[in-house]
Design a protein around this ligand. Structure first.
Ligand SMILES: [Zn+2]
Length: 340
């Protein structure tokens, strides 16, 4: 027996069934929060449409087409993703043709889906189907299409030749060109049920999954990624206290964007508590008693600013030091008696 897809996430079965049953358009747009399996759902849809013995609710996982799909060599499938993501999505090697040029070794892989990639896909779109069934293009994340690339995609998206189908996936659909959005049938994909997420995380070997799932805002894939990057539940629970004590070592091992993200979540929770709302990412008992203060608002603003430039910091060390010091101040202002 071959599994439909090795990476299948159990909570996708229902959305997959639903999308297969209700798809009327040749272009679907999977949309919702990141970290819950958008890309996986897009692949499952593609595999189901390409499958030569499709089951009622999914691909069979065993026909020649499914085998080609698993080995990333299906001639009627094309994947449009930014070069910078290809590897981490597990589609690095097989897709090398036309994508990897030797000169790319010196330049940073792009975070955009560029027009060259779309043009290459357009010639795929014109060709007849190699296996006589559908042809499928997955675009992920769709917001990575730059404007030129998005415009190049429009006409084919509107009038695809033959059996061509598209699945776009985006966690920022509002940032897509309205003309792209209007050509796609939306497929909403929300947060999975907590129990399903926890069960899956346990199967992935994630300890204290409850804490990390909360830290990730209920997004199981993100919780798994944080765990794999080295975050442990204890470190997360201790972060507010260590920050208040000025222990900047609390975050030094982390890649900068992730460290800024963690501080943003802490700041977010402090603001929520100060407004009388329950925290989202930390258990209430791990947070100081909240109070709105100028340092808290300044920290919030500084973190937003830093997050916008997290990929191109001028001086990463200095920036983190400053964000940390501001956070310490904010926490002290939040609970004056506790800081010492
Ligand atoms: Zn099949």
């Amino acid at each position: 027996m071959v599994e439909p897809l090795p990476s299948t996430l159990p909570w996708l079965a229902q959305p997959l069934r639903q999308a297969l049953a209700t798809a009327r358009s040749h272009a679907l747009l999977v949309q919702g929060p990141a970290g819950v399996g958008q890309f996986d759902l897009a692949l499952l849809l593609a595999q189901s449409w390409l499958c030569e013995q499709p089951q009622e609710h999914a691909a069979c996982g065993q026909c020649p087409s499914c085998h080609l799909f698993h080995s990333h060599t299906h001639p009627d499938f094309q994947l449009l993703v930014p070069e910078a993501l290809r590897e981490s999505l597990g589609w690095g090697a097989a897709e090398a043709e036309g994508a990897a040029e030797p000169k790319a070794s010196k330049t940073k892989p792009s975070r955009e889906i560029k027009v060259d990639a779309v043009r290459a896909m357009l010639s795929f779109a014109q060709a007849t189907s190699a296996r006589g069934r559908a042809k499928v293009v997955v675009v992920y994340p769709a917001e990575a299409l730059n404007t030129v690339a998005a415009n190049a995609l429009l006409k084919t998206l509107e009038e695809p030749a033959g059996q061509l189908r598209f699945v776009l996936a985006s966690s920022a659909p509002e940032s897509l060109l309205p003309t792209i959005r209007s050509r796609c049938q939306p497929v909403p994909l929300g947060l999975p049920a907590r129990a399903a997420s926890l069960q899956w995380l346990a199967g992935q070997g994630v300890d204290a999954a409850e804490v990390l799932l909360d830290a990730a805002g209920g997004r199981p894939q993100e919780a798994r990624d944080w765990f794999e990057a080295g975050l442990r539940a204890n470190a997360w629970l201790q972060l507010p206290q260590r920050l208040a004590r000025g222990e900047s070592a609390a975050l030094t091992d982390w890649p900068q964007p992730r460290a800024i993200d963690a501080l943003q979540r802490l700041c977010h929770d402090l603001l929520r508590r100060a407004h009388g709302a329950p925290p989202t990412y930390f258990p209430p008992e791990s947070l100081p008693s909240p109070r709105l203060s100028a340092p808290l608002h300044q920290w919030d603003a500084a973190l937003r600013q830093a997050a916008r430039h997290a990929d191109h910091p001028l001086n990463a060390g200095l920036l983190m030091e400053s964000l940390f010091a501001q956070g310490q101040q904010a926490l002290r202002a939040a609970s004056p008696r506790r800081a010492a």
